[in-house]
Design a protein around this ligand. Sequence first.
Ligand SMILES: NC(=O)c1ccc[n+]([C@@H]2O[C@H](COP(=O)([O-])OP(=O)(O)OC[C@H]3O[C@@H](n4cnc5c(N)ncnc54)[C@H](OP(=O)(O)O)[C@@H]3O)[C@@H](O)[C@H]2O)c1
Length: 333
Amino acid sequence: MASKISFTLPTGQKMPALGYGTFETKDEQEVEAAINAALEQGYRHIDTAFVYENEKPIGKVINQWISSGKLKREDLFITTKLPMVGVHVDRVEMFMKKSLENLQLDYVDMYLIHFPVGYKYHEGGPHMFLIENGAAVTEPKTDHAAIWKKMEEQVDAGRAKSIGLSNYNISQITTVLQSARIKPATLQVEMHLYLQQRNLREFCKKNGITVVAYSPLANPNLNKFLEKMGIKSKQLPDILNNPVVGKIAQKHKKTAAQVALRFLLQIGVAAIPKSVTPKRIEENISIFDFNLDGNDMKALHNLEVGEAARTVDFKAIPGAEKHPDYPLKQNEY
Ligand SMILES: NC(=O)c1ccc[n+]([C@@H]2O[C@H](COP(=O)([O-])OP(=O)(O)OC[C@H]3O[C@@H](n4cnc5c(N)ncnc54)[C@H](OP(=O)(O)O)[C@@H]3O)[C@@H](O)[C@H]2O)c1
């Protein structure tokens, strides 16, 4: 079933409300199989990032679909992101071009600044970080206006149809808006039933910014990733086994994941669930044949926990939390 609802961006582009996330998938064969499965199931919005190290196999599959005539480029909505080592005026264009080369595309539909903190870049360093005294070195305070100007130049050059932000708080988005010639079209942040971010959503609505929810299922397998990285696992919000969600799912003959995703769409937010499991890839996009009623929505709104339910805090990236632009410390999101 195709993703039937889309959001219209200021450029007139239609962004499918249900997209396909690709974080934590970098094994080439796994990525290729998953993207093929997602395209077969009707996903047309794919979310990747330079740092996910999977742009190449994603690009390979997309191009196979286009060259075989199964899809046209304009049928797809491809998002990728400027890495933290690219958050510097001298490096935005370079990383944009690297992503296009990886994806074998002339343009992306959406280019996002992945995170508002910049890191010094070293081509041969681990994840391109410059390491000094055993730690990745951050850039000084981010010049949001200057970086955004470089993002706008990517639109002018035809490399990105639209540009946006990820993991920015209200104060940082306000700064960008003050100097923007091209306004950010989307904001990608963690959002799910337990972290509904009402203030941020209202702020974005007022400013014509479409919100895209990442970790829309609160990534139930995040600890496997953290363990692989040698990072302490954490207590995760368990949306999929929540009895309220389960009861609503039963009522509509749907799964808990489908209810969680449908909720986001009904509050006007796009979602990009990730799965490499064919059955779940199909399950996650099969949410356009039912409607949550007023009582369902009320019960689901009441599941809000707030900040304690945030799963992705970037604290594992050395130095991020201490940087003046770390976005999650000011109660401004
Ligand atoms: N901008 C950012 O900083 C940022 C940060 C995080 C994520 N993202 C983006 O958002 C996407 C989604 O977020 P996420 O990957 O963190 O979390 P998520 O989509 O909430 O959860 C993904 C996990 O849930 C499992 N899963 C998926 N569908 C399921 C279902 N129907 N039932 C049970 N389990 C299911 C998947 O397992 P299997 O794969 O094993 O099926 C996967 O391990 C990412 O892939 C990435 O594209 C962006």
